[in-house]
Design a protein around this ligand. Structure first.
Ligand SMILES: NC(=O)c1ccc[n+]([C@@H]2O[C@H](COP(=O)([O-])OP(=O)(O)OC[C@H]3O[C@@H](n4cnc5c(N)ncnc54)[C@H](OP(=O)(O)O)[C@@H]3O)[C@@H](O)[C@H]2O)c1
Length: 162
């Protein structure tokens, strides 16, 4: 099993404000869909609320401390480490050994899973404005950029842990 992250952040790691995204870049949303479709996506309860519904054609996993949290079309876990059990089960069901679990945010959840993450699909966005949610700072000695592409409105990079 591999843990990957998908994030779009500004120059200071900005990812959100008032539980919303900071920009609307349709090419990035298309890219996000392409990267995550058919995969298991893992998110914090706040990110789930901000999206507002389970994303189609993906297995949606929401992390919350609320033991009563229930929503149709979503797997809820109270312990973040439970997602590894879910991923292992999915991996076994699929009969593969390279199952890619996609952590999609937000800031709290990126922090929790960073130590387990081998790959980051990163959209770098030009932004100068307020934010209250951030991607954890990366130590670039631990990461190599394996892909770097200029897209409409953002630069898309793939980082792999060295
Ligand atoms: N630009 C991007 O790529 C991107 C991606 C995703 C999100 N975002 C933005 O990021 C912001 C949301 O990020 P955020 O950091 O505020 O929230 P978040 O990480 O989405 O969710 C935080 C919630 O996760 C649950 N949680 C956290 N740690 C936990 C633990 N140890 N055990 C159980 N549950 C735990 C808690 O839910 P409960 O309170 O229910 O217990 C907590 O309130 C929004 O603005 C969103 O738009 C941006």
């Amino acid at each position: 099993m591999n843990v990957s992250m998908v994030v779009a952040h500004g120059p200071k790691g900005e990812i959100g404000l008032d539980n919303k995204l900071l920009w609307h870049i349709s090419e990035d949303l298309k890219n996000f869909k392409k990267i995550t479709t058919g995969k298991m996506i893992v998110m914090g309860r706040k990110t789930f609320e901000s999206i507002g519904k389970p994303l189609p054609n993906r297995s949606n996993v929401v992390i919350t401390r609320d033991e009563n949290f229930k929503t149709e079309g979503v797997i809820v876990v109270n312990d973040p480490m439970m997602v590894f059990d879910l991923a292992l089960e999915a991996e076994e069901d699929l009969g593969v050994d390279d199952f890619e679990m996609m952590v999609i945010g937000g800031g709290e959840i990126f922090n929790i899973f960073m130590p387990y993450t081998q790959k980051i699909y990163l959209s770098e966005v030009e932004y100068s404005g307020p934010a209250d949610a951030f991607f954890p700072p990366l130590d670039y000695e631990e990461w190599e950029v394996t892909s770097n592409e200029k897209m409409e409105g953002f630069t898309f990079k793939i980082l792999s842990r060295i």
